[in-house]
Design a protein around this ligand. Structure first.
Ligand SMILES: Cc1cc2nc3c(=O)[nH]c(=O)nc-3n(C[C@H](O)[C@H](O)[C@H](O)COP(=O)(O)O)c2cc1C
Length: 163
């Protein structure tokens, strides 16, 4: 069975819900690892978080995370949209990741107002392609839907037809 990695950062839990749902969907076809990225130097305030994200600052993340993804046929990376882009911890992981070896990529994100959500997912897709992912599929979910498992399950099932 091929292997898949679902790796994500989540501050308040929405992206975690989506990551868990997508990992469960993948499990039917892939041996799937689900990994949460923690920021070791998390900002204490909304403005601190937004400022760091806006200026594309990276976060300090554990060295124990899987950075070498060469064992995986599919790599899915998830982030909340922060200040129109990816969260700093995801940016850090993407920079340090290696060994894509033409793995299929998935970029997924959850968002609030929607401001910058398309820009965020496009940047994530570009970063994954630059790393060597072949196809990159995307999934964007509004935060209110993250408490509706049936809705997320349907979106994940649709994405599964593409990967
Ligand atoms: C610091 C910060 C910046 C945010 N910036 C945006 C934004 O630019 N656009 C948007 O649609 N939502 C924005 N949001 C809302 C989050 O993307 C949304 O609540 C997301 O679902 C949170 O995911 P999480 O629960 O996994 O942390 C922001 C939230 C925070 C905390």
């Amino acid at each position: 069975m091929e292997r898949a990695l679902v790796i994500y950062y989540s501050f308040s839990g929405n992206t975690k819900e989506l990551a868990q749902e997508f990992a469960a969907a993948l499990q039917t076809r892939f041996q799937t690892d689900l990994v949460r990225i923690e920021a070791l130097d998390e900002s204490a305030s909304f403005f601190g978080q937004a400022r760091r994200a806006f200026f594309k600052t990276e976060a300090r993340i554990p060295d124990t995370l899987p950075f070498d993804v060469s064992a995986y046929a599919l790599v899915a990376v998830g982030t909340p949209v922060w200040a129109f882009g990816a969260a700093p911890a995801v940016r850090s992981w993407l920079r340090r990741s290696r060994g894509f070896n033409a793995a299929r990529g998935v970029a997924f994100a959850t968002y609030g107002s929607g401001a910058g959500s398309k820009k965020c997912i496009e940047e994530m897709s570009c970063l994954l392609r630059a790393k060597g992912a072949t196809t990159v599929k995307t999934l964007l979910i509004q935060q209110a839907q993250c408490s509706q498992p049936a809705m997320m399950r349907q979106q994940c099932a649709e994405l599964m037809r593409d990967v």
